[in-house]
Design a binder for this molecule. Structure first.
Ligand SMILES: [Zn+2]
Length: 389
């Protein structure tokens, strides 16, 4: 009987469109959309004919995001859950509810001898990236978070927030310290785009990494789907061509991720862990700015599409895409589809306790199907990395 069951189970695997050889997870790419709930994802799907979320055979799940002390989490508590596998109180970063320091996926990857990277389109000391390397009771302790970043051992960082490193109340020059520790430090995109360094920190001005125009100009008419088109023009290996070292804010995240990924994959024999945060979705949803959200999701899609393509041609690589929480309770309301009159409604300006989606591609993706706590995602990623050795 057992043999018969096994035979039919095998048939199902072979016949399924999503059948895939089980691979060890050597590399992990973790893409987090801050405030990107189901409504934000649905908005993107409605805007585009082709986008990363619709690629073939993802594993899809739902994440419960509540924190220990609140039905609606903040980014520090959810970042901690997503980074370490432990839920904590709102405001805490890298620490459990009793104040204990927690081990993040980045810590585990470093212990396993992997290269590590962080790419964000906000400050590198903000709550979501900070939860991967810092331990503070309050996310507002940004000067402390910056200091902890300099000693965390990460190999590649690209983001904003240079003032927390070189304009400090304690007068410490953390830029000089990081140089002494062997990092190349860049404050200009052209330097980042062209560097061959295996260990660098890129700290860019806000005007480089933020899309300043918050009107709907980039999210309407012929420009719909432009982000997907840009991604489809990526180089053969799946990454974006960076030979042109100029950059516009709306293409920053895709190019920065390409650079980090290229560096990590080129310099690591033992695999890598790359954490990425698209952090501005949250702000537009807080402001109930639906045109800003549409533009931001199109930019998110350019990065996502590039990553899906990259993972499909790089075995032993897992891509997990999720959000830290929903913001604004945004949803699509009645609108004439023939006239493409899509408009959104918000239930408020704050975070909500709504579940958020999980999408996984590549090696180990099957672990992310179903309903789970946000902390389970990190537990699963850690387990997959530890299984590899
Ligand atoms: Zn928020």
């Amino acid at each position: 009987m057992k043999r018969i069951v096994s035979f039919f189970a095998a048939l199902l695997v072979v016949a399924g469109c999503c059948s895939q050889k089980v691979e060890d997870v050597k590399n992990v790419i973790y893409l987090i959309g801050d405030g990107m709930g189901i409504g934000s994802v649905t908005t993107l799907l409605t805007l585009t004919d082709s986008c990363g979320f619709e690629m073939e055979c993802p594993a899809i799940g739902l994440s419960e995001t509540y924190s220990v002390d609140n039905y609606a989490t903040d980014s520090a508590a959810s970042g901690t859950a997503l980074a370490t596998g432990t839920k904590t109180n709102n405001g805490s970063m890298g620490m459990g509810p009793d104040g204990e320091n927690l081990e993040s996926i980045l810590d585990v990857a470093e212990k396993l001898g992997k290269k590590t990277g962080i790419v964000v389109n906000l400050g590198v000391v903000e709550a979501t990236p900070g939860a991967f390397y810092a331990y503070v009771k309050s996310r507002n302790e940004k000067y402390t978070i910056a200091e902890q970043m300099t000693g965390c051992g990460v190999d590649v960082v690209i983001g904003g927030g240079i003032n927390f490193f070189n304009e400090r109340p304690d007068s410490t020059d953390l830029i000089a310290k990081m140089k002494d520790d062997g990092y190349d430090i860049y404050t200009d995109w052209a330097e980042i785009a062209t560097t061959e360094s295996a260990k660098f920190i890129g700290l860019l001005p806000n005007e480089v990494i933020h899309r300043r125009n918050t009107t709907g100009a980039q999210a309407s008419g012929d420009e719909r789907g432009a982000a997907c088109e840009a991604a489809l023009m990526a180089a053969d290996d799946g990454l974006v061509d960076l030979k042109d070292a100029t950059i516009r804010p709306e293409e920053y995240l895709e190019k920065a991720v390409s650079k980090a990924l290229g560096t990590l994959s080129r310099t690591s024999d033992n695999g890598y862990f790359l954490m990425i945060e698209s952090g501005i979705i949250d702000g537009y949803n807080h402001n109930n700015d639906q045109e800003g959200l549409k533009a931001e999701m199109l930019e998110f899609n350019a990065t996502l599409t590039m990553l899906v393509k990259y993972v499909s041609s790089h075995p032993n690589t897992l891509l997990v895409v999720t959000a830290d929480h929903d913001t604004g309770g945004v949803g699509i309301t009645y609108g004439d589809r023939a006239k493409e009159e899509m408009s959104l409604v918000y239930t408020g300006h704050g975070h909500t306790g709504n579940m958020v989606p999980i999408f996984a591609w590549g090696a180990g993706k099957e672990n992310f199907r179903g309903i789970m706590k946000n902390s389970d995602i990190a537990i699963k990623i850690k387990a997959l990395l530890n299984e590899q050795i």
